[in-house]
Design a protein around this ligand. Structure first.
Ligand SMILES: *Cc1c(COP(=O)(O)O)cnc(C)c1O
Length: 305
């Protein structure tokens, strides 16, 4: 159904890697699919299969106006021959918003709700109300994390990645982290960098691991100090880092997830967190569609694909 493009494991070169005696590579999940980028490909894969199996006519999900998940779900549903409904937090369609224009182009029905209604997204009563309104659908929660998503993200690491001692990923809901944790081997450490402010993510991940009966073989580390003010917040330092990374490595990062992860990694590298001899795999979880919308709403230039 969803057909992946080949994913490159790109070796990165920089004098500091030699100085610290580490080896750094980047897993380019951003290249996997033009419309269903990065980790969202893995999170949606089995959910779409399940929706088809259950004979559901459409997918319904939730997201903000610049959401990677909304963009990816619209593309993936179209490719699977399903219709999609996006419950969007916000006033209505801003005609310049590239994320929502793409979603609508892919046939997604956009339904705008107030912040108050949006908060009901996990309530059964509200979902019943949506079913009465839209008819039957397959529900994918905000951010796309459920057990089938974790089954998908457990396939990100392949046999050839067993050689890496450290794997770094961005954290949103933790669904990607949980799947990676499942596939970790005993010699590996998984590092998660939260894009959100707060310690709650530790408990969320604990619950995801318990809920999916995952007992990681390797070590897990979660970092909560690289949020830059919170979800979708940024500082000039983060934006400058993204521009610097683009010049240094020719790789585009986004300011919501991968920029914060790479910044955190760089900080840990400089403070000797990684022992000499470490082989580090950074996961580029995608999300580059958002750069256009970020520039459109802030006026701040970012590299774009
Ligand atoms: C959604 C997203 C994440 C967060 O994934 P979770 O599974 O929710 O933790 C990370 N990076 C990018 C680019 C994303 O779009």
């Amino acid at each position: 159904m969803l057909l992946p493009q080949p994913i490159e494991t790109q070796s990165l070169q920089h004098p500091i890697f030699d100085e610290k005696k580490v080896n750094v590579s980047l897993l380019r999940l951003d290249q996997i699919h033009s419309g269903v980028s990065g980790n969202k490909f893995f999170k949606l894969k089995y959910n779409l299969e399940e929706a088809k199996k259950l004979g559901k006519p459409s997918i319904l999900t939730f997201g903000g106006a610049y959401s990677n998940h909304i963009y990816a779900t619209a593309s993936a549903a179209r490719e699977a021959g399903l219709t999609s409904i996006g419950i969007i937090r916000g006033e209505g369609l801003d005609r310049k918003n590239p994320t929502l224009l793409h979603a609508r182009e892919r046939g997604m029905l956009l339904h705008f709700v107030s912040r108050v209604d949006y908060r009901k997204k996990n309530s059964e009563e509200y979902i019943d109300h949506l079913r009465a309104h839209f008819g039957d659908f397959y529900l994918i929660p905000e951010g796309g994390t459920n057990s089938l998503a974790i089954q998908g993200t457990a396939e990100i690491l392949e046999e050839k990645h067993r050689e890496f001692s450290h794997v770094c990923t961005a954290l949103g809901t933790g669904g990607t982290f949980a799947g990676l944790a499942k596939s970790l081997n005993s010699a590996q450490t998984l590092l998660g960098f939260s894009s959100l402010k707060g310690e709650f993510i530790r408990e969320e991940i604990e619950n995801l691991l318990i809920g999916s009966n995952i007992h990681p073989k390797g070590r897990l580390e979660i970092f909560t100090q690289f949020h830059f003010g919170g979800y979708a917040k940024w500082t000039d330092e983060l934006i400058d880092f993204i521009h610097w990374f683009w010049k240094a490595f020719g790789v585009i990062l986004d300011p919501i997830y991968t920029g914060k992860m790479a910044f955190g990694f760089w900080e840990l590298l400089q403070t000797n967190h990684f022992p000499a001899g470490s082989k580090i795999l950074l996961i580029h979880t995608g999300g580059l569609q958002g750069n256009l919308g970020f520039t459109q709403r802030t006026g701040i230039a970012l590299p774009t694909p």
